[in-house]
Design a protein around this ligand. Structure first.
Ligand SMILES: Cc1cc2nc3c(=O)[nH]c(=O)nc-3n(C[C@H](O)[C@H](O)[C@H](O)COP(=O)(O)OP(=O)(O)OC[C@H]3O[C@@H](n4cnc5c(N)ncnc54)[C@H](O)[C@@H]3O)c2cc1C
Length: 416
């Protein structure tokens, strides 16, 4: 009886969506579109209290002018919606494939949020723990950072792509030499905000071979810095993260037919094949190299870094030594369900097999044995190499919404 009373005073919802980025926005619009008047009750949780905060912040911080993906990829269920929205703004669609400008995409998402009346749907809250509970109506209690609990029947995890990937030498510096150097002189790319920095005359080392490293190198150059851009292999040039065949049946058919999860994982690695620059960014980098504004260093890695009174001393695998004022490592994020704090109790109570950190989900992207659905890079064994991208959000939403719109079937299976 006491438990019953406690449960009644807690916040409650049918569906809780963790995160308010592009993945969450995509599933929300798909759910409302499919559900119409029968749409389930849902709560979206994000510390920012607003939609797409991290996306907008990253695009501004890295000075990105337009998206890498084409005009058909966006959070609206209608694939032509962004093209229609851009009708009077053609100059903001960049060839090839009409890639939308940052501002166009931002305005489009804003209009989408208004149209679906989603402005007030995001609750400003960080989920710190997902506790599976065995209660008749609710299957989860989400613990929020402010100490409150939220009961939910179903949960969609759309919280982005894991912890920052930190190179070993940087990790050991951060752990053992904390305080010995100014912390803003050694940063992961996600912590760099070009607009906030005075870089005139600074020597900046950017590490990585992905598009982010290219954007940061060019952005620093435009602000008057002397830039070195270093990659451990040769620079790769690709228009998209993965071949366009991966956004539809051309390759996904074979991927979905593959019974071995290990082979699926290998297909994802082969398709993405590490980081790459788009042809236009590579062209700008080569021009900057010719003008001696950026030095491009391929097949080289940092061996050791020391802070010597006012700058970094860097030793590299090619035997070179040099000094610089700032180091930015654009080394991405680590996708590993075993390292995701929110999945700790889920994994303990409903153990899922992991393949190199990726969980084996069912075809609706449901965690085995419970009503927790996973979006983004962690769903790649089902969604394929574009899982973390905008197109992946649409593929994931189609699969998850199908399950969410059958509450009785889903719930009775979970209760059984
Ligand atoms: C600079 C950049 C450019 C990109 N450009 C493209 C592109 O052009 N085309 C493309 O298809 N893809 C692109 N991507 C890849 C991908 O589409 C984006 O990373 C996209 O933001 C992923 O969406 P998301 O919702 O998973 O993650 P995010 O945008 O990271 O959103 C996740 C949200 O979850 C919230 N959150 C996290 N943990 C919790 C918690 N415990 N409780 C509550 N909320 C939480 C975060 O605050 C955040 O707001 C780009 C990525 C980057 C970094």
């Amino acid at each position: 009886m006491k438990l019953q009373t406690e449960l009644q005073t807690e916040l409650q919802t049918d569906i809780a969506i963790i995160g308010a980025g592009p993945q969450a926005l995509t599933i929300t619009t798909h759910l409302l579109q499919k559900g119409g008047r029968r749409s389930p009750q849902l709560v979206v949780l994000d510390p920012s209290g607003t939609w797409m905060q991290r996306w907008h912040q990253q695009f501004a911080a890295q000075d990105i002018a337009y998206l890498r993906s084409p005009v058909a990829h966006h959070p609206d269920p209608n694939p032509y919606a962004l093209r229609a929205f851009a009708e009077s703004r053609h100059r903001e669609l960049f060839p090839p494939y009409d890639r939308p400008s940052r501002q166009l995409f931002q305005d489009f998402c804003h209009a989408l949020i208004q149209r679906w009346n989603l402005q007030d749907r995001v609750m400003a809250a960080e989920v710190v723990q997902i506790e599976p509970i065995r209660q008749q109506r609710y299957r989860f209690r989400l613990w929020l950072k402010d100490g409150r609990g939220l009961l939910a029947r179903r949960v969609v995890l759309a919280g982005g792509d894991g912890a920052l990937n930190v190179p070993e030498w940087a990790r050991s510096l951060q752990e053992t030499h904390q305080g010995a150097y100014p912390t803003d002189r050694l940063s992961h790319s996600d912590q760099v905000d070009l607009g906030q920095l005075q870089l005139q005359g600074d020597r900046v080392l950017v590490i990585g071979g992905g598009l982010t490293s290219g954007h940061l190198a060019l952005g620093a150059m435009h602000r008057g810095a002397n830039v070195k851009l270093m990659a451990r292999r040769q620079f790769q040039v690709k228009l998209f993260d993965a071949d366009p065949g991966w956004v539809g049946p051309k390759y996904l058919k074979g991927f979905n037919a593959e019974a071995s999860w290990q082979r699926r994982w290998q297909m994802i690695q082969d398709a993405r094949n590490g980081g790459s620059f788009t042809p236009d960014v590579m062209l700008k980098l080569r021009r900057a190299q010719r003008d001696k504004s950026i030095e491009l260093i391929e097949q080289c890695q940092v061996v050791q870094v020391r802070w010597c009174s006012d700058c970094w001393q860097v030793d590299c695998t090619d035997g070179e030594h040099f000094e610089c004022d700032r180091i930015w490592y654009a080394t991405g994020r680590k996708l590993d369900a075993a390292q995701c704090p929110l999945l700790k109790e889920i994994q303990a109570q409903y153990p899922a097999k992991l393949v190199h950190g990726l969980p084996i989900l069912d075809s609706h992207l449901r965690w085995p044995g419970c009503e927790l659905f996973v979006m983004g890079g962690l769903a790649a064994l089902q969604v394929g190499p574009v899982a973390r991208n905008l197109r992946g959000a649409t593929i994931a939403s189609d699969r998850i919404v199908e399950a969410l719109m059958k509450p009785t079937i889903a719930l009775s299976r979970a209760v059984a």
